[in-house]
Design a protein around this ligand. Structure first.
Ligand code: PEP
Length: 262
């Protein structure tokens, strides 16, 4: 059986409760349910709760965009993975916006990954190099350090329950928004799987779900989703538009049908 394609909508810090509810309504109308595609919505922390009661959970899963690694305590203003347990299936961890704007270190991200796994939430671990790091020829070394530190506390059984998203920072619309060539994406996705194979063995590397993220839209989604070893996409800006996002989901289904017939 083929792995499901995973399409994640990262709404970032957009949409108040009313706007988020309207978007969910539109997505219900426009996204066709396909067994081979899993659609995940990652709204802001504010709107997670109201959306959780509105959303058809047979068609959409929910993700948080971040959470705090301690389960409870004096951490004023924070929400823990433990608190999110009933609400979400996934949580994005180590998104480049968190790494850059909030100076999250690889060590903190490792603790978040561990907290997610401990609380039975699937972390969507984001890794990726900045433009300068790439230009300096440090891309692989940066991704290697991000991966090995973040996964340090996990067993090979845990690895089955994580998702990795390769998001080159230079390709994210918020930052430089350069369109990554599929060949560039392919190279790093292959490198990531090789790292996982070295750490956890070939089966873990094969079973792991690896996504691509970076200005994915309805026009270029096919180019990325068709790549070998790409199991889905993390979509930012285009996920705020129901037409664009619905088309990306439709493309994911078509690619799945093609991959299954290969
Ligand atoms: C993201 O938010 O993870 C992302 C990839 O954003 P965008 O699609 O807007 O580049």
């Amino acid at each position: 059986m083929h792995k499901k394609s995973l399409i994640v909508a990262n709404w970032k810090m957009h949409l108040n409760t009313h706007q988020a509810s309207t978007l969910v309504h539109r997505l219900h109308e426009h996204i066709q349910h396909h067994r081979d595609v899993e659609v995940v919505l990652a709204p802001s922390m504010l709107t997670l709760q109201p959306i959780s009661v509105e959303v058809d959970r047979r068609r959409f899963r929910l993700s948080a965009q971040d959470a705090y690694p301690k389960d409870e305590g004096v951490y004023t203003g924070e929400v823990s993975f433990a608190m999110l347990g009933d609400l979400v299936h996934y949580c994005i961890v180590g998104h480049s916006a968190r790494r850059l704007y909030f100076e999250e270190s690889n060590d903190l991200i490792r603790d978040k990954v561990s907290a997610a796994v401990r609380n039975e939430i699937v972390p969507i671990l984001c890794v990726g190099e900045t433009k300068t790091e790439r230009e300096n020829g440090e891309g692989r070394a940066v991704v290697h350090a991000q991966l090995t530190t973040a996964l340090m506390n996990l067993t090979s059984a845990d690895i089955e329950n994580i998702v990795i998203a390769y998001e080159p920072v230079w390709a994210i619309s918020t930052f430089d928004g350069i369109i990554a060539k599929p060949s560039e994406v392919q190279e790093m996705i292959t490198y990531i799987r090789r790292q996982i194979a070295d750490l956890y063995g070939p089966k873990a590397a094969q079973d792991l779900r690896v996504l691509y993220g970076g200005s994915v839209n309805e026009h270029d989604a096919r180019d990325y989703l068709s790549l070998d070893g790409v199991d889905g996409a993390l979509v930012g800006a285009a996920s705020l538009n129901y037409k664009q996002f619905s088309e990306i989901v439709a493309v994911a289904h078509n690619v799945q049908v093609e991959k299954a017939s290969r």
